[in-house]
Structure formats: structure tokens, C-alpha cells
Design a protein around this ligand. Structure first.
Ligand SMILES: NC(=O)c1ccc[n+]([C@@H]2O[C@H](COP(=O)([O-])OP(=O)(O)OC[C@H]3O[C@@H](n4cnc5c(N)ncnc54)[C@H](O)[C@@H]3O)[C@@H](O)[C@H]2O)c1
Length: 457
């Protein structure tokens, strides 16, 4: 049995026609790479689907069983849907809305020349749906699936629907944002086996109905705010682009150094503890320590030796320095003189001060004339600081100079750099009256206080 045959059997079993009762009727706006696959796949699951597009040729093609795009299995799946009579395509948006319970919107959102997202097609569909809703007496759910900048659903699309329909969001209709993760060429397989499903909505009822659509799919379903759901898609795609560029830069370097890049990356990817994992993917403080900065500089040096232009690898140290500057500026924005640090080593649980980003921040603050006081339970013995050229810093780093409590009492701004329960408990007592700059994401109770400032949240 081939991989595809096996997959066909699984989906056929899971979505047999006999199970199909009381399913909401769907309309899918935009029958492009996403919409054509979405509408045909939902029809194959037994939903009645009306596909809507402005393109009359696409409509004619789909109604006569011709796939408008090249996509594995789409012709077969379209034939099956037409045979079951639960898919038809139309240009008539109004009847599609009136005759469906849920509209999924996957029209194009191309980029303008300045890189910004063109949401004009989406706005047009929102207005069309709104106008159609005027003539509908039953609740309707609109699920936007096109890739859009955060805030678009809540700030632009919902107001357009409310204005055009004269109806109220969350009451007469509901809205969700549900990003699409399928990849062209494996889109049908991806539709039934998504890596995850993300339902963004500020409206519990809408989210619940949307979740039900995906209950038979594989992968975890995440329900979150619309802005989070919108931004996930950009984050995912930027990450994929970064991975490709990273792998290619490693590949170019491997080639000139006569190393097999595929063998390197195969071993690299097999490490799902540190490499392909959650590790090092949490926004917070800058990187530092004895290895990361040194080794990134070494690989940059190697690229220079071979005269190679590797912009991604070459920008890593600059990006980290920009983050260190950002931390300093965040602290200074408070216009306070006395700054206390809870944690100075490059991360908690070590006494290693080499290339600690916190020391870099402290140096910048001293240059700006600030008074610094620090606590770190792991500071090394003074002899280990002999290499520290800045004597003020060396004095600051004297072990047991101050307790954590003394640091909090002596400071106007408390900067928390290590995620320790000891600091968390202490900060809870001070969070009402001191400015807290948090580089590690302390608990929600502290984050809600007025004087609290998070680094990336
Ligand atoms: N292509 C992908 O692999 C992929 C994957 C995930 C997400 N996305 C996102 O999904 C969205 C759709 O992408 P696509 O590649 O399917 O686009 P596409 O250009 O292939 O298709 C868009 C369709 O929308 C139709 N359309 C435009 N305005 C319309 C309107 N007012 N009413 C009805 N139909 C209208 C167009 O005629 C076209 O057929 C984009 O936001 C894209 O970023 C794409």
C-alpha cells in the first residue's frame, strides 16, 4: 500500500457519508489554492459546500469537474464531491450566504510594493457578506482564513460586516480567524493532517462552532485571541523562511569547506532536545555566555576567510546587540537613577559571567550615569573576576555584597533577569510600589500590576 493509498483509506473511514447528519452548510469565498482545496475537502467530509469566486472560468471549471489548479488528488476529490452532489460553485455571493450557516473566507491578500498586505479583496468580501446578512434571520459564522496582519479581523473586518448588515457581532453573527497551514502540492493531505488548528476569536460561541468543524482532524486545536491567531501565520512563515536561509548559508559554507552539508543538517535535525525544540525559542533576554557569542563570531570569521556573503549568520550578533540596547533603553525610559538587578550571570543556575548580556546592559547604564546595585546568589569568588577590566563592575560583582531584599529596597527600578522562585516571591511584595522590568516573564499576578514592564510582552 502506498503512502497515499493508506491516507485515502484513513480519511475514507473517518469521514464516511453515513455519519453525516446535521452538519452546518458551508460557503467558501475564494476558490484559489486554499479555497479550492478547502471546499472540496469539506465536501468530501460530507458537508454541503457552496464555493464562491468572482472568476467565472474557475466556477465553470469546478462545476464541470476540472480542477482550476494543479494539486495532487484535487481532480479526484472534486469528482467525488460533484458525484455526491454536495459541492457547487457560483459567483452569486448573496445566495451562498443565505443558503449556508458558515462562510470560510480565503480570498487573496497579496503584498503591496512596500511589503504591506493588500486586504482590499477581504474587505470587499466582508461587505458582500454583511449585505447578504441583512436578508438572513438566522445566526451566521464567518471564518476568515486569508493571511492578514494582526488586528485586521477585529479592527477592520468586523466593523465592515456590522455596518453593511446593520447587525451585531457575537449576537446576530460570529467571527473567527483560522489560519491555513496547507502547502501547495500536498495541500489535500495537509488539510486532513494539519500540524495544528488555530481558532482565534474573542467570541466563545463562534470559537466553539468553528472548533466543531475540525474535531475529526489530527493535531492540537488552539483557541486564542484573533490577533494571536493572525500573528501565528506570519511567525510560522517567517520561521520557515529563516530556516531555509539558515540551512542554505550553512550549505554554502560547507561546500567551500568541503563538508557534506546534508550530513551536517541531518544530524542537526535529529537533535529534537536542543535544536528542533522549544529550547532557545522563548522571547526574553539576549543570549550570552562563553559559547554562543564566541562560536557565532567564529563561524562569521570562517565565512570571511572563504570570502562568503552570509547575511543571516552575519546579522546574529548585531541582532543580539540591538536587543541589549533595547533592554537598556527600556530601563532608561523610566528616568530613574537607582537600578537594581536580580541576576547578573548570563543565565540562572551558573556562576559564569562571560559575555553576560546583563553585564553589557549594566555597562551601558553606568555610561549613562546610573547607580547600579545587584544580587546574584551564584557570583564567583572575586579572583574569578580578575579578567574584568571595569573596576566598578568588578566591585559590583563582589559576592554577597547585598541581599536580594536590599537590592529591591535600594532601587527605583528592579530588573529581574533570572527566573527564580526566590525573586518571584520577593517581587510580589514590591510590585505595587516599584517599577519592575521583567526579562523572564514573571507570573500573571505580577504582570498585571501598574508599574510592571515586560521586555517582549
Ligand atoms: N497558497 C498557499 O499555499 C497558502 C497557504 C496558506 C495560506 N494562504 C493564504 O490564503 C489566502 C489565499 O491564498 P491563495 O493562494 O488561495 O490565493 P489565490 O490567489 O490562489 O486565490 C484567491 C481567489 O480569491 C478570489 N477572489 C478575490 N476576490 C474575491 C471576492 N471578492 N469574492 C470571491 N472571490 C474572490 C480570486 O478570484 C481567486 O480565485 C492568502 O491570504 C494566502 O496568503 C495561502
Amino acid at each position: 500500500m502506498t503512502k497515499f493509498e493508506k491516507f485515502e483509506t484513513i480519511t475514507a473511514k473517518r469521514f464516511s457519508t453515513t455519519e453525516v447528519i446535521d452538519r452546518p452548510k458551508l460557503s467558501v469565498f475564494g476558490l484559489g489554492y486554499v479555497g479550492a482545496v478547502t471546499s472540496v475537502c469539506f465536501a468530501n467530509m460530507g458537508y454541503n459546500v457552496i464555493g464562491v469566486d468572482l472568476d467565472v472560468l474557475k466556477i465553470a471549471q469546478m462545476n464541470s469537474g476540472i480542477s482550476p489548479i494543479t494539486e495532487t488528488l484535487l481532480t479526484e476529490k472534486l469528482a467525488e464531491a460533484l458525484k455526491r452532489k454536495n459541492f457547487k460553485a457560483t459567483t452569486n455571493a448573496k445566495t451562498a450566504v443565505i443558503n449556508s450557516d458558515i462562510s470560510l473566507v480565503s480570498v487573496c491578500t497579496p503584498g503591496h510594493s512596500d511589503g504591506s498586505c493588500d486586504i482590499s479583496h477581504l474587505k470587499a468580501v466582508a461587505e458582500t457578506i454583511g449585505i447578504a446578512l441583512k436578508q438572513k434571520n438566522t445566526y451566521h459564522l464567518i471564518i476568515f482564513r486569508s493571511t492578514i496582519p494582526p488586528g485586521t479581523t477585529q479592527d477592520i473586518l468586523i466593523p465592515i460586516i456590522e455596518k453593511a448588515s446593520g447587525k451585531k457581532n457575537t449576537l446576530d453573527f460570529g467571527v473567527c480567524f483560522n489560519p491555513e497551514f496547507l502547502r501547495e502540492s500536498t495541500a489535500i493531505k495537509d488539510f486532513f493532517n494539519p500540524p495544528k488548528t488555530v481558532i482565534g476569536s474573542q467570541d466563545k460561541k463562534a470559537a466553539k462552532i468553528a472548533c466543531k468543524l475540525y474535531e475529526d482532524m489530527q493535531g492540537h486545536v488552539f483557541v486564542c485571541d484573533t490577533e494571536v491567531a493572525e500573528f501565528i501565520k506570519y511567525t510560522d512563515n517567517t520561521w520557515h523562511a529563516l530556516k531555509v536561509s539558515f540551512a542554505n548559508e550553512i550549505g554554502r559554507l560547507c561546500k567551500v569547506a568541503k563538508i557534506d552539508s546534508h550530513e551536517v543538517m541531518n544530524i542537526f535535525c535529529s537533535d529534537d532536545k536542543l535544536n528542533i525544540s522549544r529550547k532557545y525559542l522563548t522571547p526574553g533576554t539576549a543570549f550570552g555566555g562563553s559559547c554562543l557569542p564566541k562560536d557565532v563570531r567564529a563561524i562569521q570569521n570562517l565565512a570571511g576567510y572563504y570570502n562568503l556573503n552570509l547575511p543571516v549568520l552575519n546579522s546574529i550578533i548585531n541582532s543580539n546587540q540591538a536587543h541589549i540596547n533595547y533592554i537598556t533603553n527600556l530601563i532608561c525610559k523610566n528616568h530613574c537613577q537607582k537600578i537594581g538587578f536580580l541576576g547578573v550571570t548570563f543565565k540562572s543556575g551558573t556562576d559564569d559571567l562571560r559575555e553576560s548580556p546583563i553585564i553589557a546592559v549594566i555597562e551601558q547604564l553606568l555610561d549613562r550615569g546610573k547607580t547600579i546595585v545587584v544580587h546574584d546568589g551564584n557570583l564567583p569568588h572575586k579572583s574569578a573576576l580578575n579578567g574584568q577590566s571595569n573596576s566598578i563592575i568588578a566591585d559590583l560583582l563582589t559576592p554577597n555584597n547585598h541581599t536580594a531584599l536590599e537590592v529591591c529596597e535600594a532601587s527605583e527600578v528592579i530588573v529581574v533577569t533570572h527566573h527564580l522562585k526566590q525573586y518571584q516571591d520577593l517581587i510580589e511584595n514590591f510590585s505595587q510600589k516599584k517599577i519592575i522590568v521583567d526579562l523572564v516573564r514573571l507570573n500573571a499576578k505580577i504582570r498585571d500590576t501598574a508599574l510592571y514592564q515586560g521586555i517582549c510582552w
